[in-house]
Design a protein around this ligand. Structure first.
Ligand code: OAD
Length: 235
């Protein structure tokens, strides 16, 4: 990609596609999670208010499947990039799995939350969590039975936007990996980046909804195209 030599600060947005080859279902592709479940019923703030038990059971099920997976070469390549890249780098993931961390990356923000922690809506504690929620366990900090998954539901504000937007403003390159561009505000980052004159690159299996916003799109499985791109960047 022309101009890569001058890149110093990178923001990378990842979505379900980067974890697909680790065996975690994506949401919107054929056979994806949102074909089997209606997100308004199992993953929205309204659903939680209406029927908390159903939502907690859904996330217990998701945690059980996501919890046993291994990072794939795309996560590992980003781990290598994080370790070796001398400029600023931020991986903003929409994924609730911890495969970026298992792949060796440290500079990671989970903008849709994560499965590794719980959130107590009584005392605001975010304890490390490997258990279930539907059985309403007590919060280890305050004892109240007010724990929920530490994930962002539809209708709730994503996490870390106060760190993400400044990172995009300071970036020379914005890279989007394995996301369909269907959920805002993440889907709008490419437009924000472009308006700021930041170069934009998409790495995805197929063109996303906002593909035309990118300076360059490379299509293929993440396990192949992400390591190739990282190799280019590390020269
Ligand atoms: P989607 O399921 O919407 O999109 C996954 C994208 O990954 C698609 O564009 C696929 O083409 C691509 N893809 C699939 N397999 C791939 C592979 N092996 N290599 C590269 N790309 C591949 O998932 P997201 O865009 O992450 O939010 O979804 C965004 C948000 O919607 C999620 O964080 C979640 C969901 O509802 C919440 O739950 C709040």
């Amino acid at each position: 990609m022309a101009g890569m030599r001058d890149v110093r600060n990178i923001v990378i947005l990842t979505g379900a596609g980067i974890s697909a080859e680790s065996g975690i279902d994506t949401f919107r592709t054929a056979g994806g999670l949102w074909e089997k479940y209606d997100p308004a019923e199992v993953a929205s703030a309204e659903a939680f208010a209406r029927d908390p038990g159903r939502l907690l059971s859904f996330y217990d099920m998701r945690r059980a499947t996501v919890g046993e997976k291994e990072p794939n070469p795309a996560h590992e390549a980003l781990g290598r990039l994080d370790a070796e890249w001398k400029g600023e780098l931020l991986i903003v993931t929409q994924n609730v799995d911890n495969l970026h961390e298992l792949g060796g990356a440290n500079r990671v923000l989970h903008m849709h939350g994560q499965h590794r922690t719980a959130w107590c809506t009584s005392c605001d504690a975010r304890p490390h969590w490997t258990g279930t929620f539907a059985d309403r366990p007590p919060c280890p900090a305050c004892g109240m039975r007010s724990l929920r998954p530490d994930v962002v539901l539809f209708g709730e504000m994503p996490y870390h936007l106060d760190r993400i937007y400044p990172a995009i403003r300071a970036a020379d390159l914005f890279v989007s990996i394995g996301t369909s561009g269907a959920v805002y505000p993440a889907a709008g980052f490419v437009r924000d980046a472009r308006e700021l004159g930041v170069r934009t690159l998409e790495l995805n299996l197929e063109p996303s909804d906002g593909s035309h916003w990118f300076d360059e799109t490379r299509l293929g499985p993440a396990s192949e195209i992400v390591p190739q791109w990282v190799k280019e960047m590390l020269g």
